[in-house]
Design a protein around this ligand. Structure first.
Ligand SMILES: [Ca+2]
Ligand SMILES: [Ca+2]
Length: 245
């Protein structure tokens, strides 16, 4: 009788895992055939061979691009090279990318940039905030953009116990931003379980030096995030939520 119960439970668990795996493949379109599409206005931008995770475009047409992300479970084209931030001028006829120099004093060897967001202060200074994963941790780096020198001056590393598995940020004001977390767990195997079981335990945080709090939850791997021009509404993965401010 005892063996029968064990076998029944084992069968039920295996059936659940199988059903979850099939649902996961459907959710991620893993079995969908990719149809060739003719895109006459697209052309290859050379220099981004290590991939590009995020782009943020200033009103003057200068675009920042993060490249070289290393993330568990994701393919990586240059595991021994640090990530970089590239600049592209969209006003040019044939835009090219240029790697931005980063000021001394910042650990460039472990730079692992993910989501990015720009903020223009009242005095027109441009700041670039970068989600960084040095040694697979999560930090947010604050840089000042020097347009003439085509460089980034590192100003500050922001850390907080709630800022784990950060994917993207959108900056609202000086050191104020929303951040998405793409996983609840940080352990690789628990992350796999979280994805396969579609637990929807990830959330969106509001960060400021005085207050850090969860403002939206119930997402399945919250990813890219942006904000409306009046900053009253932010959106992540097709969800639009009212700003808490
Ligand atoms: Ca972004
Ligand atoms: Ca992302």
């Amino acid at each position: 009788m005892g063996k029968l119960v064990v076998l029944t439970l084992l069968g039920a668990v295996l059936a659940l895992i199988g059903e979850r795996l099939v649902a996961f493949r459907q959710r991620t379109n893993a079995s969908r055939a990719v149809e060739p599409v003719d895109l006459p206005n697209c052309h290859l931008i050379e220099g981004l061979e290590n991939g590009s995770e995020d782009i943020d475009i200033l009103p003057n047409g200068l675009a920042f691009i993060s490249s070289g992300l290393k993330y568990p479970g994701m393919p990586n084209f240059a595991p021994d090279e640090p990530g970089q931030i590239f600049l592209m001028d969209l006003n040019e006829q044939n835009p090219r990318v240029q790697a931005l120099n980063i000021s001394d004093g910042f650990d460039k060897a472990s730079f692992n940039p993910h989501g990015i967001s720009t903020f223009i202060d009242k005095d027109h200074t441009v700041y670039l905030y970068v989600v960084n994963h040095p040694h697979m941790k999560s930090t947010v780096e604050k840089f000042k953009f020097e347009e003439q020198q085509r460089s980034l001056v590192h100003l500050k590393t922001i850390k907080h116990e709630l800022l784990t598995s950060v994917n993207d940020i959108v900056v609202l004001g000086p050191e104020q931003f929303y951040a998405t977390r793409d996983h609840y767990f940080t352990n690789f195997f628990l992350v796999l379980l979280e994805m396969i079981m579609d637990l929807r335990w990830t959330d969106v945080l509001f960060y400021s030096p005085r207050e850090v709090k969860v403002v939206a939850k119930g997402f399945s791997s919250a990813n890219g995030i942006t904000v409306s021009l009046d900053k009253k509404c932010f959106a992540s993965r097709m969800f639009c939520l009212r700003s808490p401010k």
